[in-house]
Structures are given as C-alpha cells and as structure tokens.
Design a protein around this ligand. Sequence first.
Ligand code: HEC
Ligand code: HEC
Ligand code: HEC
Ligand code: HEC
Ligand code: HEC
Length: 186
Amino acid sequence: MEYLRVLLPRVTRMQAAIVVAATVPVVLAGGGVLAALLFLMAAGGTVTPAPTQPIAFDHSVHAGQAGIACEFCHRGVDTQAAATIPSVEQCMFCHAAVAADKPQIQLLQAHWETNTPINWTRVHRVPDHVRFVHAPHVQAGLECSTCHGDIASMTEVRQVRSLAMGDCQDCHRESAAPLDCATCHK
Ligand code: HEC
Ligand code: HEC
Ligand code: HEC
Ligand code: HEC
Ligand code: HEC
C-alpha cells in the first residue's frame, strides 16, 4: 500500500484500510464478470442458459434413466434437415398410462384432448440465411453430443457449443467437409 501514501501523503493507515476494504471486493467482482465474459467470448458468445419450457420435459428421465433412443423422438435426425420435436401424440404413446396422475402429465393430456400442440421454446437456432441439415452430419458418424453436449444428463436442454460460423468452419476444415459459402448460405 506504499503507493497510496506516495499519491496521498496525508492518508492515514485507517483511511487507507477503508479505501482498500471498499475497493478490493469491487475489483474482485469486476474480475469475476470479466472472467465470465472471457469464457463466453471463448465459447463463441452464443452459449445460452436453458429457456423455461411449457411442460417440464426432462431428458435425464427419458433419454437417461428410461434409456429411450434420441431417434425415437427426434425422427428426422438421420434422414432430413430437421431433427423434429415429437408431437403430443408421440408423448401419449406412453403417457396415456405412464405417470397419468402427475400434474405435468395432466397438462400434457389436456393438450391431447384439445388437439393443441405444445409451443416448445427453441434452444438452438441458426439465422434464416444459414442452412443446417442434420442428416449428413449424423450419416458421417457424428454423435449428437459432439454438437449438443450430454443431453441424456440434462434436466433442461441448454446450448453448450457455439455453432457460430467459425465453429462450423473449423470442423468442416478438420473433417474435409465442404467450405464454400453456398454450402451453408442460401
Ligand atoms: C421422449 C422423447 C425424447 C427423447 C427420447 C429425446 N428427446 Fe430431445 N427433445 C424432446 C422434446 C419434447 C424436446 C423439446 C423440449 C426441450 O427443449 O426440452 C426436445 C429437445 C431437444 C433438443 C433441443 C432442441 C432445440 O430447441 O434446439 C435437443 C438438442 C435434443 N432434444 C436432443 C436429444 C438427444 C441428443 C437425445 C438422446 C440422448 C434426445 N433429445 C432424446 C423429446 C425427446
Ligand atoms: C417411451 C415412453 C415415453 C415417451 C414416448 C414419453 N415419456 Fe415422459 N416419461 C416416461 C417415463 C418412464 C417417465 C418417468 C415416470 C415416473 O417417474 O413415474 C416419464 C416422465 C415424464 C414427466 C415427469 C412426470 C412427473 O411429474 O413425474 C413428464 C413431464 C413427461 N414424462 C413428459 C413427456 C412428454 C412431454 C413427452 C413427449 C414429448 C413424453 N414424456 C414422452 C416415458 C415416456
Ligand atoms: C454438427 C452438429 C450437430 C449434430 C451432430 C447434431 N445436431 Fe442437432 N442441431 C444442430 C444445429 C446447428 C441446430 C440448429 C438448427 C437450426 O436452427 O435449423 C440443431 C437443432 C436440433 C434440434 C431442434 C431443431 C430440429 O432440428 O428439430 C433437435 C431436436 C436436435 N438438433 C437434435 C439432435 C439429435 C437427436 C442429434 C443426434 C442424433 C443431433 N441433433 C446432432 C447441430 C447438430
Ligand atoms: C463437429 C463437426 C461439424 C460441425 C460442428 C458442423 N459440421 Fe457441417 N458437416 C460436417 C461433416 C463431417 C459433414 C459431412 C460431409 C460429407 O458428407 O462429405 C458436414 C456436412 C454439412 C452440410 C452438407 C454439405 C453437403 O452439401 O453435402 C451442411 C449444409 C453443413 N454441414 C452445414 C453446417 C453448419 C451450418 C454448421 C454449423 C451450424 C455445421 N455444418 C457444423 C461436420 C460438421
Ligand atoms: C460451415 C458453414 C458455413 C460456411 C462454409 C460459411 N458460413 Fe457464413 N455463417 C455460418 C453460420 C452458422 C452463421 C450464423 C452464425 C454467425 O453469425 O456466426 C454465418 C453467418 C454469416 C454472415 C453473417 C454474420 C453476421 O454477423 O450476421 C455472413 C456475412 C457470412 N456468414 C458470410 C459467409 C461467407 C462469405 C462465406 C464463404 C467464404 C461463409 N459465410 C461460409 C456458417 C457458414
């Protein structure tokens, strides 16, 4: 704390202690924010917290504990562009009977009875000018977890990989996939 005395010769020890006590937490908190920002920047800046979904669907129960295959629900994933989100009807395949007394399942059954789809909030979304297609990626042998992380252990799906242009291009370069602009841009 010598510099304080040099800059402000009349500062007492007590005053210096007060200044230090007031400044250190601010500097540390600032450091924390900075570290978080640096982490987000390194990750591409698009890694987002999980949105709240209209029904508390839990992947760790379905894909984890019950061991249901990803493709059972995301039926388009190995043949078309979109993986697709299962319809209420697909949920009712099990939930006409399974856990039928639970409030969240009664909410699901209300959708079924009134024939109204569930408005799931999208987690991953490339901009409109970008073309992403699941099929060639899955057919090339990439695991879902390469891009989506360990979904089978997630209670709520959140995005864990940037999937921004640089990220797509880096993997395309490494795996000798096409790199011309028209591959990914319409
Ligand atoms: C029983 C059906 C079911 C199974 C099995 C299932 N999912 Fe899902 N998945 C859903 C539903 C419903 C949603 C939409 C709600 C949400 O985001 O949690 C979803 C959402 C997702 C999303 C986020 C979509 C978006 O909006 O970006 C990803 C990624 C995903 N699932 C991957 C997987 C993977 C990987 C597996 C296998 C490990 C899997 N899912 C197994 C039903 C299922
Ligand atoms: C292949 C069978 C199967 C399918 C398909 C399925 N589930 Fe489930 N679901 C289960 C099982 C098994 C449990 C665990 C039940 C328990 O804990 O008693 C469960 C639990 C749940 C729960 C938690 C219930 C609670 O409060 O404990 C919710 C919510 C749920 N499922 C929603 C859905 C939705 C929405 C879909 C469609 C996107 C779906 N499930 C499709 C088998 C299925
Ligand atoms: C090469 C990276 C990559 C791989 C591998 C991948 N995904 Fe995706 N996934 C994405 C991207 C990027 C999006 C956003 C696409 C968009 O906005 O059109 C997405 C979106 C989704 C969605 C929501 C939108 C939709 O397409 O219906 C689901 C569900 C999903 N993925 C499931 C899966 C499953 C299940 C697997 C494994 C079988 C898988 N993904 C493998 C990158 C990937
Ligand atoms: C982890 C590696 C990886 C990531 C990340 C990745 N890709 Fe790919 N991509 C591949 C591979 C491998 C292929 C298959 C190449 C082949 O079939 O020769 C492919 C193929 C494609 C194709 C089809 C090309 C064609 O015409 O055959 C498109 C479109 C595409 N990727 C877009 C994207 C976009 C957009 C993103 C980012 C949102 C992305 N990819 C992220 C590895 C990746
Ligand atoms: C492997 C896939 C891929 C290739 C190849 C690719 N892009 Fe992109 N590009 C993306 C994705 C994904 C985004 C959206 C996410 C982002 O902004 O990074 C994007 C965004 C952009 C944007 C908008 C940036 C912004 O700030 O909104 C421009 C401009 C662009 N790309 C130009 C190009 C040009 C020019 C080429 C050819 C040299 C090219 N891209 C090749 C995947 C790709």
